[in-house]
Design a protein around this ligand. Structure first.
Ligand code: HEM
Length: 402
């Protein structure tokens, strides 16, 4: 819960739309009762809160579609609606599907923002480090009447904020608790010694992997915001913390393989931008005076990020020197991605390289050679065209392949 520290104008800045709060709480009820909803035994009674929550969210979506809200919404909102309708799905059922989409979109991002704010503000050193780093990418100009305008380019966050990115990864390492589950399709021998039998089920709990001293070192239980930076390992070693170089393969917050979270780039950007706005503009202090970490025992089965069992009541005040200004984000054209999952990682990996990797995995790269000049070596025009078509279809890009 946020409480304002000074003045009416500030209240406006931190207030949420009542409607969003209502839908969000309904969604939370749905998530909370999800296990019983799956059991599906008289859910209106056995999972009454979740059942009613789903009705509320679905009704809100029906209103949204009836009022043509999606037509002025994002391409994503429009396309999802159009695909459903084109395939004969009613507006009512489309609205219900969106309840599931809402779970994927919100259930992990909201607690991620919570934990980022918690870890950043509960340690003045982390807050200071991030403010220092962010000050290097804020572009400040002025309106004719002297009001500052601050702009942040998201591309620059990707290239110029290794500490923020590392803090984000460390938060995910410490707070992720999802379990990737796979079924074995045929007998498979791993590493010459582990036989996985056909039809067996493999479970890969990220919490176990993320807290393994053998992988992360003796300081595995500490939150080290520099752990994932290049110099972080070096300084931890100097401190004698027994730190180890983070293994990209052991970072499982977004899962991995074919079902690697497709929303990870979107999630990373929205979490980062929200947290940045707090860090550069506000001071947060717990009303109780103490940043006591909430327990997470009630975290729902659908979540892969721990959910705090209780709120932290906060006093929110504008940061001195940043009270009256306008703020904005921009996005310069760039091939960079936030590379936090192993699959994205060749520090930093370009979007074109990810595509090559994807094409590799479906066997197309093997038929061509790379050239020293472009590093691509697209080979025959026919293949090039085919790649372009695949790329546009799979990745939704509208730029031609070069
Ligand atoms: C911090 C935020 C998020 C975290 C930690 C997260 C984590 C995960 C994990 C662990 C998986 C399972 C991967 C596996 O099977 O190994 C997953 C799957 C998925 N996520 Fe996310 N996710 C996040 C945000 C999002 C967002 C914002 C979206 C949508 C915009 C999204 C959409 C999906 C979808 C559709 C799948 C299923 C993929 C499939 O089965 O092929 N996620 N996510």
């Amino acid at each position: 819960m946020l409480r304002t520290g000074s003045g009416e104008s500030h209240i406006k800045q931190v207030s949420y739309s009542l409607c969003n709060i209502c839908a969000y709480h309904s969604l939370r009820h749905l998530v909370g009762d999800l296990t019983m909803m799956f059991v599906n035994f008289m859910p209106s009674i056995t999972a009454s809160k979740g059942y009613r929550g789903r009705e509320t969210v679905a009704r809100a979506f029906v209103d949204y579609y009836d009022n043509k809200g999606h037509e002025s919404g994002s391409a994503w909102a429009k396309n999802r609606f159009n695909v459903s309708i084109k395939n004969g799905i009613s507006v009512e059922d489309t609205a219900k599907f969106e309840c599931g989409g809402g779970i994927a979109i919100l259930v992990n991002t909201v607690p991620s923002v919570f934990w980022m704010l918690y870890h950043v503000y509960s340690n003045p050193l982390v807050l200071e480090d991030l403010r220092q780093e962010l000050s290097t990418i804020i572009l400040t100009t002025e309106t004719p009447d002297g009001v500052p305008i601050h702009k942040i380019d998201i591309t620059q966050i990707k290239t110029g904020c290794p500490l923020l990115t590392s803090t984000f990864q460390e938060m995910l390492r410490c707070r992720a608790m999802g379990t990737s589950v796979r079924q074995v399709m045929e007998d498979t021998l791993l590493d010459g010694k582990y036989l996985l039998k056909k039809d067996g089920i493999i479970q890969m709990p990220s919490r176990v992997i993320h807290t393994d001293q053998g992988i992360w070192g003796r300081d595995v239980d500490q939150f080290d915001h520099r752990r994932f930076t290049k110099d972080g390992l070096e300084s931890a070693r100097k401190r004698g913390d027994g730190a180890k170089r983070p293994s990209p393969a052991a970072f499982r917050a977004f899962g991995g393989g074919h079902t690697l979270c497709p929303g990870r780039h979107f999630a990373t950007t929205e979490i980062m931008t929200t947290v940045i706005m707090f860090v550069v503009r506000y001071e947060l202090k717990p009303v109780s005076g103490d940043w006591a970490a909430p327990t997470c025992a009630k975290t729902n089965i659908a979540a892969t990020i721990m959910e705090p069992d209780t709120d932290i009541d906060l006093l929110v005040q504008p940061r001195v020197g940043f009270e009256d200004a306008s703020w904005g984000f921009g996005l310069a054209d760039s091939e960079m991605v936030f590379a936090v999952a192993e699959e994205d990682m060749r520090w930093p990996m370009k979007r074109s390289e990810i595509i090559i990797k994807a094409l590799d995995s479906i066997g197309l790269m093997a038929t061509t050679k790379r050239t020293a000049t472009t590093g691509f070596g697209w080979g025959k025009d026919r293949l090039r065209a085919k790649r372009g078509a695949i790329m546009r279809e799979v990745w939704g890009f509208n730029r031609a392949v070069r």
